[in-house]
Design a protein around this ligand. Sequence first.
Ligand SMILES: [Zn+2]
Length: 466
Amino acid sequence: MVRWLSWLSHLSNTQKVPGSSPSRISIHDVRWDCAGGRLEWPTLLSTTSMRPFLLLVTGILAVLGPSTGRRVAEREFAALSGPSLSTLAASSDPSTNLDAANPSSHLSNILIPRAPDTSNNTLVRNYLVATLRALDWHVEEDSFIDNTPYGPKNFTNVIATKDPDAPHRVALAAHFDSKFFAASPLNQFVGATDSAAPCALMLDLAEFLNPLLNARAAVADDPFSDYEIDAEVADTTLQLIFFDGEEAFKDWTDTDSIYGARHLATKWQNTYLPPHPKRRLLASHGAHTPLSTLDHLILLDLLGAPRPRVRSYFPDTAWLFDALVSAERRLGDAGLLMPSTDGNSEGEKGLKGAGEGAGHEGSFFAQRTGHEGTLGYIGDDHVPFLRAGVSILHVIAEPFPHVWHSLADDATALDLPTLRRWNLILRVFFAEYLGLRPDELSTREAEPTPSEGAEAAAVRRSASEL
Ligand SMILES: [Zn+2]
């Protein structure tokens, strides 16, 4: 059932035509977006199917270029050495903070019902903020009110930036709200894969990378340093975005979904950064906005269940997708990946442990076809940024985990070896993106990584206290 041809409305630069049957639309519908260089197409999905699929459309060409964002050239990542890979897997346990059985893990602190504008949502937000402030990152709480089917609601995005003055940023994002359900027992929904686990991954990654980023800054300031790093890479910082209000309160529509992402993309398009010496060499025209200094938005969603399959959606970030695949392959070859719970012994080399339903050869990633430009994409928090011209890498399991939007999306839906593998893949990927070589940097500036802030630990509350 085709609702609308929204790409036509993009071409005429008008608002999209509202759908006639929103109840038939999946929360993550498949679209083509012309404004971001892709065409948008409506979904055929029903909420009962809970399974998105991609529409294959051939012969469609992108007709509009990006409006705001900066195109970032593809570049070679300097591959981490074997010792760096081993350091990265061993220096802080990549499972600890993703273990729901550990009551002080990041995951346990997030895994409560946390729909927007509730006290539990605030508790989780406070935990995110406290954890990142403990690392001395710049943390912004972006609060606003928007209308929902249940009236006006308060929302707050959390944006944490290692170096807010850096001329380049790569943003890693996920949504921290859980889906609102009005009645018991569904109002106990905790969204383990959706997206508590991705948020916990992000916090652990920040703690892991923080001392390396400090060491990178120290060598960059040292005129006698022999640490080799590309100047633009050295000027790139890491930003974490935790979106509020990703979920629809009722059925997914343009106005009942991705509240936080829509707000932030609009705000960042219309905010002008004050002049700063570090940004003076940026090649963009005119004044800088937070969007014009954002090189890539990497969005995580629906991760943590075993045997995910993640595909590449956008041609301009296919090289980043390939870097994820490469990271996973090298970790497997080095024997650093644990098996999934469904078999294989620890330390075995190769990509074992992701069986039927996963990507090629046990990988989490679907083999690229080379025809990604003709694939649709899944509606999610990246869409307003995509439309604003930001380069997007969408890391989402598709098909969705079978527990999607059910009470079964709790701790039992998560597979710890799978989460550990995600954590290591992200460590390798961001170390290489940011020019961090753990074996060299870890000897230059030792700084303890706080496993948890005392302040952060104090904000946890169990679901039973609701
Ligand atoms: Zn969801």
